[in-house]
Design a protein around this ligand. Structure first.
Ligand code: GLY
Length: 282
């Protein structure tokens, strides 16, 4: 029988090139550390636990546009969105535009066990508070500075996909949105267009939310991958279509054989992946 090598892929957003070499190295180092901790977790946990854990670490780092470092909407508020999908159970859960909760991905993971699995706005917050999730400010000096400049995100999402030792796949994605968008706008991250997993593959997407939703990106890739029996071909075909429409997006993907595919139409995509001793960073 084929031995499964647990595999973890993380992403820190697609966006502009980080031209400042020092900042690029700093983010690379941070992602290396997070990948390290995430991979250790994967070796002792299942895929859904590992993607939740590692996405939480990315949310906790103010460099990334999710959780603590989230961009602010035009009214100066951080509204956070996150989702998880467990490929083994074909089960999806998410939170949309939740405020003042440190780790929306943990709330999404908890909702995975509920009958109402996608909650939004103040009701999502109330549920999270009642369930005991940590509350607190999710605005930083950096996000306030960017908001004052009416800036949109340079890197816009975090996420992960994993294959565990049991052959199970899972995906998680979390975001603060595009930055300075219309209050109440909903990102792609808490939708299957960006966060999707089956028993064949798992995908987490990043980029312009509206375009990702219109392309139904992650679902489209996953369906094609199963039909073509090739994740790589599914990515190629789907990205040739979104490129033709000048879509601005990227995705990380992983299948049950441990094949990793990463593709983007953007100038850069911050990613890292590990499979046994093999490791690669952007
Ligand atoms: N991908 C994040 C957003 O568009 O909000």
């Amino acid at each position: 029988m084929r031995r499964i090598i647990p595999t973890l892929v993380i992403q820190g957003g697609a966006g502009g090139l980080i031209k400042d070499k020092r900042r690029r190295l700093k983010i690379r180092k941070k992602m290396a550390g997070i990948l390290d901790r995430g991979y250790k977790k994967l070796l002792s946990a299942n895929a859904i636990a590992a993607v939740t854990w590692v996405t939480r670490l990315l949310e906790n780092d103010p460099e990334f546009n999710a959780g603590r470092g989230a961009m602010l909407q035009a009214d100066g508020k951080a509204r956070l969105s996150a989702a998880v999908m467990d490929g083994a159970r074909s089960r999806f859960a998410g939170v949309i535009n939740i405020e003042g909760i440190r780790n929306p991905v943990l709330v999404a993971r908890s909702l995975l066990e509920e009958s109402s699995r996608i909650l939004a706005g103040p009701e999502a917050r109330r549920w999270a508070v009642d369930a005991g999730f940590e509350t607190g400010a999710t605005r930083t000096a950096r996000s306030i500075r960017l908001w004052e400049k009416k800036s949109s995100a340079g890197s816009d999402t975090v996420g992960a996909v994993a294959l565990d030792a049991f052959g199970q796949l899972a995906s998680a994605t979390s975001t603060g949105g595009r930055g300075y968008e219309c209050p109440g706008r909903v990102s792609d991250s808490p939708m299957p267009a960006a966060t999707y997993a089956t028993d064949y593959c798992a995908i987490s997407a990043t980029g312009h939310g509206e375009e990702i939703i219109e392309a139904a990106l992650a679902v489209r890739i996953a369906q094609r991958a199963a039909d073509m029996n090739s994740l790589k071909q599914a990515f190629r075909k789907t990205f040739s279509e979104v490129s033709a429409r000048k879509g601005y997006m990227g995705a990380i993907g992983l299948n049950r054989l441990g094949h990793v595919v990463i593709q983007t139409t953007t100038p850069s995509l911050l990613y890292g992946w590990q499979q046994g001793k093999f490791r690669k960073l952007f």
